[in-house]
Design a protein around this ligand. Structure first.
Ligand code: XMP
Length: 326
């Protein structure tokens, strides 16, 4: 499948049977394209790169080399899930790079959002490039390009994503899901046996928690954000809101509010809940979360997460508020 145009005759992949047929075709196509050569993939753990990884493991096994760069800004448990699913269960050729110190070191004292994004994106490319440079005999680069990437951004994977790849890398591309829409990628992912939580993962920006730990990132505030976010996700999953709400997360700005814990004054951070619904991320509405659930989340965050003294809720639709805070 070399063309970047989806043929009108291509059936929408909505069932396991159709997904199995697509997988069989792609396995054959990838084997033919790649032969006995090696393929490199930046595996973020997001839906698209995970589905491509699982598909290529099926097609070429250990000829695929996956590199997972943990920039230290992942959500709780995400890198662990990549290691568990790809390193252990699927026995992939997985290189795990914990680059947390590098990223957080460079980000120290940087409050400007654009600067933060630039640092994270630039360093990601550097780390990936370094890892690729250590490998021998790589001829192909796999990418989780999907059809909206082609339609919206000239075929460049997630135009504002971390994971734009070094321009001087001269590999041939392997893009087995480039003619699929997101919902189809998910059906294919499930047919490949990937965990539901991975296949239906909510969108997560490439710069990760870096755009939600507002202002200059510190390790302790980043840790508090990650823990509070994990509580929000857990409570949404328990209440089945996770299935209904398009994107939900916590942001923690660089400001404190006074609180009292065990009779002592605490200058703690504010955890801000944001939960939005949208179809295309261009506009978004606010999910009305039951108060009972909000009370439970607030009680858990303020008692379980060190350093947080208040929980707030952002009810600004897009426009005028963007989905992320930056
Ligand atoms: P905004 O904040 O612009 O976000 O309303 C719209 C959607 O895009 C996601 N987003 C990103 N996704 N890399 C990504 O892959 C990024 O750098 C990035 N920044 C924002 C955001 O989470 C929302 O779903």
């Amino acid at each position: 499948m070399n063309s970047n145009v989806r043929p009108d005759s291509m059936a929408r992949i909505t069932t396991k049977e159709l997904a199995d047929k697509f997988i069989a075709e792609q396995v054959a196509a990838v084997r033919e394209q790649v032969g006995d050569k090696k393929v490199l993939l930046a595996l973020s753990g997001g839906v698209d790169s995970s589905v491509v990884a699982a598909l290529l493991i099926k097609a070429i096994g250990k000829q695929l080399v996956c590199v997972h760069v943990n920039h230290g800004l992942m959500r709780k448990g995400e890198s662990e899930q990549v290691i568990e699913v790809f390193g252990k269960e699927l026995d992939a050729n997985l290189i795990y790079v914990d680059a947390t110190d590098r990223f957080l070191g460079l980000l120290q004292g940087i409050a400007d959002p654009e600067m933060k994004r630039k640092i994270i994106g630039g360093e990601f490319i550097k780390v990936f490039d370094e890892e690729a440079g250590k490998l021998e005999g790589i001829s192909f680069l796999a990418q989780g390009t999907i059809y909206p990437d082609i339609l919206e951004s000239d075929g460049v994977k997630a135009h504002h994503n971390v994971g734009g790849l070094p321009e001087d890398m001269e590999f041939q591309l392997v893009e087995p899901v480039k003619l699929l829409y997101k919902d189809e990628v998910r059906v294919v992912g499930e047919a490949l046996g990937l965990p539901h939580t991975m296949v239906y993962r909510q969108p997560f920006p490439g710069p990760g928690l870096g755009v939600r730990c507002l202002g200059a990132i510190t390790r302790d505030r980043l840790h508090a954000l990650r823990e509070a976010d994990a509580i929000l996700r857990e409570e949404f999953e328990k209440s089945s809101l996770a299935e209904k709400v398009w994107q939900y997360f916590i942001a923690v700005p660089d400001m404190t509010a006074v609180g009292v814990i065990d009779g002592k004054r605490l200058d703690g951070w504010c955890a801000i809940i944001r939960a939005v619904n949208t179809t295309d991320a261009m506009t978004a509405t606010i999910e009305e979360i039951p108060y009972e659930l909000l009370h439970r989340i607030t009680a858990r965050i303020t008692s379980e997460v060190k350093g947080i003294s208040r929980v707030l809720m952002d009810i600004t639709p897009k426009p005028v508020g963007t989905i992320e805070f930056e």
